[in-house]
Design a protein around this ligand. Structure first.
Ligand code: F6R
Length: 613
């Protein structure tokens, strides 16, 4: 989704802004632009398409920029919501008096009424966007005090915003504000930066301040003054980012997605580090902040998440019911608040979100909190809104996930869910011996994942054999059913092949009608409970002449004799099989997409972080 970068300081800001925009490209966008204050005027250049196209345009239209004294600026990558992707609709937007430039993430729900009002007061508009209203509203409210004007404008807005503003009225001051859309301030030496995502600024500083909703910050090169919308100063802590810019770079991999797939042994290792209590044979998850007694009182778990995170939650559902005996259900976060969920005093809500900013998941957190539930989030991005609003939870420590298709977040989410389930189960019915067996295998996860990665070349060969299909089915049962859904999601989002994830038993209740020689089936046939039944499902597919690719436990002759092609998975229990198996399916999707020449890290129409409902 849209991205914001801003800079104020001693340097010429153009290169820093462009660099920041490039680091936000992974979020998905259709146009980009920058505005800087230069020689008492606002210099704004925007373009449709990639940041590299914008960079070229800046070079052509403003070749002398490196020699100019432009020390303050804002920049944006836009993902169209109101108004088609176009140069005019892209940000920054400048008010009709030419004094205020803004970049905005979010949606102004009442923009039509505000626009009518502003037009009546003599303002003019160039774009079809809701965001342009904000620039004119600040201009309308300006009476010599930039903070007061911003606050007055934002008070009139119904909707969400992550906002950055520069002006000719106070040309040394960058203003940022947030409500429902993240803004982080990077604290530098004689310079300060702002962004909607740490990745844009981590190359310049690791000291950051996360704004809360309705915070407005006035930022100069050496001062950060944060107040709430009612002009009351607020103290916000400086947090230290624990990952470096290397983590947000490709490091020789062709794509971020491939890098992140290959990072999974380390990522999962980091998610597990320090979290296994060898003495008591349980998990250490201090962020849960729950006593064993409080844990035993939880009698129901609701997971709320979207997309890949929801699939992780579906594996968690098995863990909690199977190991801890706690009735669990997984809700599509988008439906959560609309279906009036039944939340009793002892219900635990677990929102799962890599970004920690997904609008629907955040809304579920708020609904749950309003109903008095205990909320414990699983997030990757430290300081993200869902993590902060949930109050308690577990971070993944997976490092930044840049590829739009989620990979390492999924394996880390499932690993953390397994630890969580073991922790709950140990306060109930899981004995030391069985807990030890599970945790011993959990410790093997990095090695098990490495074993799958070592087969990447074989997986590539199989992927390229089937990569020209137009339709695909992924089937699984039990613990591997959510993995079938996830495998199909990976394939469709990056290769654009229509792929359906199905419970293997459901195939004969309808979709089997679609099977024919041109429709391959990926059958998850690892040697875990349910395998016998999956073998029967493979027979059903073969009888309809669909080619079958199977994931199978290394050395499984039975599956090998039935399937057309086999992707080998190291022997492991049902508990860790989802984590290990999904890695093979990620690689499969990756190689199919690469063979088809797709834009793997930024698939069409997709955004990394979905901050609108
Ligand atoms: C798929 C994918 C999405 C996200 C979903 C939720 O590869 O990345 O389905 O999983 O948009 O995002 P988070 O986890 O950030 O809440």
């Amino acid at each position: 989704m849209c991205g914001i970068v801003g800079y104020v300081g001693n340097r010429n800001c153009v290169a820093t802004l462009l660099d920041g925009l490039k680091r936000l490209e992974y979020r998905g966008y259709d146009s980009a632009g920058i505005a800087v204050v230069e020689d008492s005027s606002l210099h704004c250049i925007k373009e449709c398409g990639k940041v590299s196209v914008l960079e070229k345009k800046i070079g052509e239209e403003w070749p002398l920029w490196p020699e100019k004294a432009c020390h303050i600026g804002i920049a944006h990558t836009r993902w169209a919501t109101h108004g088609a992707p176009s140069c005019i609709n892209s940000h920054p937007h400048i008010d009709s008096s030419g004094r205020f430039a803004i970049v905005h993430n979010g949606i102004v729900e009442n923009y039509a009424a505000l626009k009518r009002h502003l037009i009546d007061h003599g303002h003019t508009f160039n774009s079809e966007t809701d965001s342009e209203v904000i620039a004119n509203l600040i201009s309308e409210c300006y009476n010599g005090d930039i903070f007061a004007a911003t606050a007055a404008a934002l008070r009139q807005i119904v909707g969400t915003f992550g906002l950055a503003v520069i002006s000719l009225e106070q040309p040394d001051t960058l203003i940022v504000a947030r409500r429902g859309s993240p803004i982080v301030v990077g604290v530098g030496n004689s310079e300060n930066l702002v962004a909607s995502d740490i990745a844009a600024i981590v190359a310049y500083t690791k000291r950051v301040i996360f704004l809360n909703d309705d915070d407005i910050a006035l930022i100069t090169a050496d001062r950060i003054d944060i107040r709430n919308i009612d002009n009351v100063p607020v103290a916000r802590e400086i947090a230290k980012i624990d990952w470096s810019i290397d983590a947000a770079e490709k490091q020789g991999y062709e794509h971020f997605m491939l890098k992140e797939i290959f990072e999974q042994p380390e990522a999962v290792g980091n998610a597990l580090r320090g979290r296994i209590d060898e003495q008591n044979i349980t998990a250490i998850l201090s962020g849960l902040s729950m006593t064993p007694r409080e844990m035993t009182q939880i009698n129901r778990i609701l997971v709320a998440a979207c997309g890949t995170s929801m699939h992780a939650g579906m594996v968690g559902d098995f863990f909690f019911e199977d190991l801890a005996g706690i009735p669990t259900s997984v809700e599509q976060a988008a439906e959560f608040r609309y279906r009036n969920p039944i939340i009793e005093p002892n219900t635990l809500i677990i929102p799962i979100s890599q970004s920690g900013e997904t609008a629907d998941t955040l809304a579920a957190v708020r609904e749950a909190a309003n109903k008095g539930a205990t909320v414990a989030a699983i997030c990757n991005v430290v300081g993200s809104t869902i993590a902060r609003e949930s109050g308690r939870g577990v971070y993944l420590h997976a490092g930044p996930e840049i590829g739009v298709a989620s990979t390492k977040a999924f394996t880390c989410q499932v690993s953390v869910l397994l630890l969580m389930a073991v922790k709950f189960a140990r306060t109930r019915r899981l004995d030391r011996e069985n807990a030890k067996a599970i945790l011993d295998e959990v410790k093997q996860l990095p090695e098990l994942i490495r074993a799958v990665l070592a087969m990447a070349e074989n997986i590539r060969v199989v992927a390229e054999k089937y990569g020209s299909a137009d339709n695909f089915f992924y089937i699984g049962r039990g613990y591997l059913y959510p993995v079938a859904l996830e495998g199909a999601l990976k394939l469709k989002e990056i290769s654009y092949i229509h792929a359906e994830g199905y419970h293997a038993a459901e195939l004969k209740h309808g979709p089997i009608a679609l099977l024919e020689p041109k429709v391959p089936v990926m059958a998850l046939a690892n040697d875990i409970p349910g395998k016998d039944k999956i073998l029967a499902n493979i027979q059903e597919c073969k009888a309809r002449k669909s080619p079958v690719i199977a994931t199978a436990t290394v050395g499984d002759k039975e599956v090998e004799s039935l399937a057309d092609d086999v992707i080998w998975i190291p022997a492991c229990s049902k508990y860790v099989a989802p984590i290990v198996t999904v890695v093979a399916l990620q690689l499969f999707a990756y190689y199919v997409a690469r063979m088809r020449g797709c834009e793997i890290d930024q698939p069409r129409n997709l955004a990394k972080s979905v901050t609108v409902e």
